[in-house]
Design a protein around this ligand. Sequence first.
Ligand code: ADP
Ligand code: ASP
Ligand code: MG
Length: 445
Amino acid sequence: MSQLTVAKFGGTSVADAEAMSRCAAILEQNPDTRLAVLSASSGVTNLLVALASGEQQPEVRATLLQQLTDIQQGILDSLDKPDMLTRHIEDILVHIKELADSAAISPTKALHDEIVAQGELMSTKLFVELLRHRGTPAVWFDVRKVMRTDDRFSRAAPDLATLRAEVEKELTPLCDNQLVVTQGFIGAAQDGRTTTLGRGGSDFSAALLAEALDAIAVQIWTDVPGIYTTDPRLVSDARAIPEISFSEASEMATFGAKVLHPATLQPAVRKQIPVFVGSSKAPEAGGTWIRNSTPSQPLFRALALRRNQVLLTLTNQSMFQVHGFLAEVFGILAKHKISVDLITTSEISVSLTLDAGAELLTEEVQAELGKHCHLKVEQGLALVALIGNRMSEVNGTGTRVFQALENVNIRMICYGASPHNLCFLVQEDSADQVIIDLHRELLPA
Ligand code: ADP
Ligand code: ASP
Ligand code: MG
């Protein structure tokens, strides 16, 4: 039990029967991995989100449902269509249709999460059957029994104390001597209604469960062999980082490296559980170990990019030497559960970036803020983050960075709050080129 490892398999890793078989082989080679946490098969969550929106015409809904059915059917076919499971998946698909029809009449946040959660429920059922087919016994576990959350649908926060207590009662004994397969991303509110933890949340689920199980490691199996110096889809010269510290990897996840959900490392840091990131397509290619500290601490480690940023500038001519203005502004944002990301201030104005799109900045919020100051909302921006070590201590760091960006319009800079990051806003349409140029200058092969 003390060697227990948790493995998480993302959407592309469980996209079809072939991909699922590679995950099965990884588990079969690692008998200490007792808990497998799965995402929905690739594309499924997007289809379910569209169905849950209630915005589609009946014929579009039918097409989306057909696409969903085809993905599940492809996996069932390769398992010779086992009777019970085939019926079970068909029942789930009928249930999704009924829920989507209800959403078309009256979409609610709770209904949204109930629909979207079906992807993980199906992928885990199919995976257990695939393992059985290969002669590897595993039990299916409904994570909603233990992943208790608040009721903020679509972005629910787990209740850590209840999670731990329920895991000890329900999951630890199950994992003692067998492989357990469960869902990432989904949870349940106090009243039992299904919730979800936010897009990409399966990484977070795996880390939370590892923490509650006292696991010795978490493996995040995805479609790239590790965390790269930047998104390899953007820069072909990007390369995998063999080892990285929790601090650096947390900054990367927070600032947009999609390979890890931003909250993933919080439980790992609390319990000092090393996290491995590797490719289920090429497990032999190795990957990245994220640990408390690493022998190498380069000044520049990686670049991350977060698109779709909102910059809010609040100006108040009488703010000069007046106390309480910022408290007022933050109070309003906190009341509306809007979390502020970056902040800079000048004599009479304060600029903030918000962690979600402009949709949280409702007319009500703007009107409330507008009572205290003049508001300016800018969109179409992207946040570039340079991650490394001692960046605020080493002379000339800023010069090296901004020299590489001579012709770029930089909207806002944050430097010095953390020794591990320097970040700035640029226009969205120049962001890709900024990453390419900075990678060439600061992270050459
Ligand atoms: P999964 O479905 O397994 O959770 P994701 O699509 O969420 O996988 O995350 C993997 C993707 O993250 C990669 O395909 C890659 O394009 C992207 N990515 C962004 N930044 C990085 C980075 N620094 N290193 C590796 N991958 C990155
Ligand atoms: N299936 C969910 C999503 O696509 C969660 C995840 O993959 O981590 O966002
Ligand atoms: Mg992901």
